[in-house]
Write a protein that binds this ligand. Structure first.
Ligand SMILES: *Cc1c(COP(=O)(O)O)cnc(C)c1O
Length: 330
């Protein structure tokens, strides 16, 4: 179905590969497993935010902005990809990060600095709470900031994942696979909401199975409700009629462990298993937890040999290095 086109600025390499995971499939003895490699989007070591940023940066450039402002945790993949996008487009970048400056920057933070981003440390605020303040001070200094919301998750960013479904459906026809479930890490909601809208628009039949990785990621509204609201707003923005309800949303929130970014046995095992069976790296915060959830769903018999599951690898691998101590089991 056609929908209103939005400005888009090319930042990544698409389509990302869709690959089978034969050795992991055999090891787990459940459904046939496939992976969509959005860790290979190509922008500053890749990840799912590249898809959102193509539309967010498209809008920023259309509005004549000269600076991108966003925020997140110190090891934010979203902030790192935003910093890379800004550099690639000749824009300035200001990042509002939770925590305090470490003695030596590692992982994503090192990359933020290599991409030339200006970093503002905000202590306990790790969800971009201080973005408006920084944007205001940039405006008073005569800059034209474009605010990229936390996780890139507004209707503009979500369109990146509507388009991702167009990309996937074309690949699935070529491969001739009937995927019954798509499993992915869900945190600020843009990925999930965009996939929901795209699924309807492009007639994808696979169930979308979000694995929550952060508690109360959206503040006051329950996370599932936040995703549905964003999906509806995105559909409206695109001028399509479809609307969604919480009843059709699948979101597992039982894999939060000891909280955001805390690596436990679930993540350690999933990361080790995928690395050793397939030679593919997951990340400690998002995809490690989501894959741990998928493995649990298989081991509990909820996903079986009769199913075919696509795991959407959303990136995050630069965060492996600062997590070295937590990843090597003693
Ligand atoms: C941001 C991120 C997610 C979650 O995507 P949302 O659209 O914020 O829900 C998943 N995995 C990785 C690696 C991410 O950086």
């Amino acid at each position: 179905m056609p929908y209103k086109p939005l400005p888009r600025h090319s930042l990544g390499f698409f389509p990302t590969p869709l690959v089978p995971l034969p050795r992991l499939t055999e090891r787990l003895g459940g459904p046939a497993l496939f992976m969509k490699r959005d860790d290979l989007t190509g922008l500053g070591l890749g990840g799912n935010k590249t898809r959102k940023l193509e539309f967010l940066v498209g809008e920023a450039l259309a509005q004549g902005c000269d600076t991108l402002v966003t925020g997140g945790a110190a090891q934010s993949n979203h902030c790192r990809q935003t910093a890379a996008a800004a550099a690639a487009c000749g824009l300035a970048c200001h990042l509002v990060l939770g925590g305090a400056a470490p003695a030596v920057p590692e992982g994503n933070l090192l990359l933020d600095q290599l991409f030339g981003a200006v970093i503002h440390w905000t202590g306990e605020f790790r969800k971009g709470e201080k973005i408006p303040e920084i944007a205001e001070s940039l405006r008073s200094a005569g800059r034209k900031p474009y605010v990229v919301p936390y996780g890139g998750s507004n209707t503009t960013g979500a369109v990146g994942f509507v388009e991702a479904v167009r990309e996937l459906t074309a690949q699935l026809t070529q491969v001739g696979e009937a995927i019954t479930h798509i499993v992915f890490a869900s945190s600020s909601g843009g990925t999930h909401a965009g996939l929901m809208v795209g699924r309807r628009l492009f007639g994808l039949e696979s169930e979308l199975v979000g694995i929550g990785i952060d508690k109360g990621a959206s503040g006051d509204v329950p996370f599932a409700e936040h995703i549905v609201q964003l999906a509806n707003a995105t559909a409206e923005r695109l001028g399509v009629r479809d609307r969604f309800s919480a009843a059709e949303l699948i979101l597992h929130e039982e894999y939060l462990g000891d909280g955001y970014g805390v690596v436990g046995e679930l993540e350690r095992r999933a990361i080790g298993l995928v690395a050793r069976t397939e030679g593919i790296l997951l990340d400690p915060v998002y995809t490690g937890r989501a894959m741990g959830g998928l493995i649990d769903l298989i081991e509990r018999g909820e996903l079986t040999r009769g199913h075919a599951v696509l795991f959407w690898h959303t990136g995050g691998t630069p965060a492996l290095f600062p997590y070295a101590r937590d990843l090597i089991s003693s």
